[in-house]
Design a binder for this molecule. Sequence first.
Ligand SMILES: CC(C)(COP(=O)(O)O)[C@@H](O)C(=O)NCCC(=O)O
Ligand SMILES: [Mn+2]
Length: 914
Amino acid sequence: MAGLVGNPVLGNDDLKGEVVVAINEGRKFEGTRSGTEEGREKDMAPAAGSPIHRSGSRPQLDVSGAAIQGNSEERDPTILLPNQSDDISHLALDIGGSLIKLVYFSRHEGKPIEDKRKLSLKQRFGITNGNRRSYPILGGRLHFVKFETSKVNECLDFIKSKQLHCGGMNPRRWPSHSLPNENVVVKATGGGAYKFADLFKERLGVSLDKEDEMDCLVAGANFLLKAIRHEAFTHMEGQKEFVQIDQNDLFPYLLVNIGSGVSMIKVDGDGKFQRVSGTNVGGGTYWGLGKLLTKCNSFDELLELSQRGDNRTIDMLVGDIYGGMDYSKIGLSASTIASSFGKTISEDKEVEDYKPEDISLSLLRMISYNIGQISYLNALRFGLKRIFFGGFFIRGHAYTMDTISFAVHFWSKGNAKAMFLRHEGFLGALGAFMSYEKHGLDDLMVHQLVERFPMGAPYVGGKIHGPPLGDLNEKISWMEKFVQKGTEITAPVPMTPPGTTGLGGFEVPLSRGDTLRPDASNLNVGVLHLVPTLDVFPLLADPKIYEPNTIDLSDHGELEYWFSVLSEHLPDLVDKAVASEGGTDDAKRRGDAFARAFSAHLARLMEEPAAYGKLGLANLLELREECLREFQFTDAYRSIKQRENEASLAVLADLLMELDSMPEEARLCSLIEGVLAANIFDWGSRACVDLYHKGTIIEIYRMSRKKMQRPWRVDDFDMFKERMLGSDGRKPPPYRRALLFVDNSGADIVLGMLPLARELLRRGTEVVLVANSLPALNDVTAMEVPDIVAEAAKNCDILRRAAEAGGLLVDAMINIQDGSKLDSPSVPALMVVENGCGSPCIDLRQVSSELAAAAKDADLIILEGMGRAIHTNFNARFKCDALKLAMVKNQRLAENLLKGNIYDCVCRFEPSSI
Ligand SMILES: CC(C)(COP(=O)(O)O)[C@@H](O)C(=O)NCCC(=O)O
Ligand SMILES: [Mn+2]
């Protein structure tokens, strides 16, 4: 189900089901759901020939440097494969009373392309395989899957169909695929690790290696809190807010695991923890009492009931005692619960006379408040700042989280905050997974993990990638439900407006009714992509305070606006995508399915914007690209890009001649003007696409240039000019190395950024063109740039020599093998690096290692385009000089951000902030 965990519509499935409750205090509480979430991985559709995420037909073993570890006389000696980076899986299980949680790891298929461009960069920048210490490349994905324990056979089928039981638990073992199963050991925690040990042996031939549940919980929580940026969040009055955890300031904290009973664990470090307290009044109590009092059949049914309840009919409130008044002297409002269930004493009623809804709500509040209170007291006792709540009692239930948060807030008088974890249901399984020795995941850094929310391509008509899943399909009824729901949920669902619970007292938190998603936890985790080659951009002035997004989508008005922009753009995008695949019936079907899946995601996010982590415009734009890729549209604007490149290259020589005839100052101004004017070629903007119907590319370019009168809306050109050319006869030294973050294909790169690059080169500055790793809209990719440069270089000596020096031209490559042409002092090099992204925006916390390496000696950054310089990074500060150039092609953004108009331009120059 990794393919499903993150899917917006799946979790709406049937919630009824038999419930099995683990009775031990301190164990995870396991309510159950019959809408099974088992599923399958949907491997990402790789972009053809893309430098990252490249698919390979078969996993390959890299036996270079292989060595036998330990005693070579053994029958199955372990063989170290230091360079192995192929598709080997790890698997770990948490088998609870009702749910089996499974975490497994799959390596990226194939190896990254080591083309000539990359090789020369490696040589130049001394790039190694990322920054990983213990292992070479450990690229891959971490998947989270759940099954009902009562359907353990489906879980076994799943493991079998994915071959997760066929070795690979030790990534250094070889050949993993042919390991006899008897030797395979799978880490498992939870009571089922004992109960089902024989079944696993019998059906899969594997032995379950039992890991202590508490150890696993802590290891899982530590991993998540350190490795995932948007893991922890607060939940107050229906509002979810992510909390940035400083890795170096994580410990100590209190982990409260609410299962059937409740464990409170003081965590002081990795493997360092102590169970300091607990309570026997936990999830089991809620479910047990609820079952007796309401005749509910399942935990989820009971929770659902509580949404419609009114606890005032059952609880005795302060107001009931004080004649409707507050007890203000000690700060208790009239609505404070004085005694849970207290009202029933004085009433001559039987249990049947009370509404089950009211009983359920009173119970839920009684237990949640009690847990919140005890947790807070324990935090106080040990001086702990943070309390994280987990366990299956919570299961992403908004009202439960609000109630606990309210209690912690109430008792601590606002000094402590309850926090929750997005992967809370997987703490144990993750911990078991972490207990494998030397899988090399424990030292992963936040920036090396990218969470992706699969778009459900297999379920709404896209093709299925990756290994076959056997006959699982036939068994699962949720698939039909998914398709049905996927088509139902196309319109955005409005959110409940925020409210307040009032002063003091346990009022009813507001996140009930429509916004309550008892199953939300199942939807909020995606597949974790481990990309060891990602790095934090080293020139960020302060990565800790860096926030890529400019527009805050937590503002509901903004959210609605951008959702409508994306929805309106959808038909045009689908047309382009289908055309890019030859307009075949298959492409049409996929186009249709893409539109449905993307709309479903938008609807899901409209309902709960923080469902997949903190949401910014950049995330939305990236989600759209990811969704296209999943439906196998690898480059929707391919032919448009080609056409525009050709048209622009045809007039480049004339432009360069014109520029060369100008005096220095006018030329620099004209170059910047050229970049801004050419940024109009943006197939992601509605207004621009409308323009394209009115003229040829060259006509539009001319018109755009004509409109370029200064001053621009943001105009720091004079400052930039002074730094470049100097003033009062003083000539400043040239920049050493400039990183040019290029944007669109066609005029944008050919007539805008390349001439600017040429100017820098001619002044002795080394230039690195930074382009996307994967296609996004009509953005140029790093794979495409060398060909464009080669074409441009045919008419320009400066570009040709620089490109040769930078290893971009094929002729020059022969020389580069021996390094003779590198670093020729007289010719500054022109190079191309990929940025690690496949989106119109860029999050500089996660860039490719080659960009990070190229950045080391850079003293100028030029960010170009609306996505890279306005939607993201508009407020970013750098350790070196930065020039942000863009045309604003959206009226509302121009008004709100710049108090200007559509097609206004930004030329923002910010000298180094350090
Ligand atoms: C997707 C984009 C950021 C691309 O702009 P670019 O970076 O190419 O300048 C931009 O086209 C955009 O914000 N479009 C949506 C807004 C609109 O259609 O008005
Ligand atoms: Mn673009």
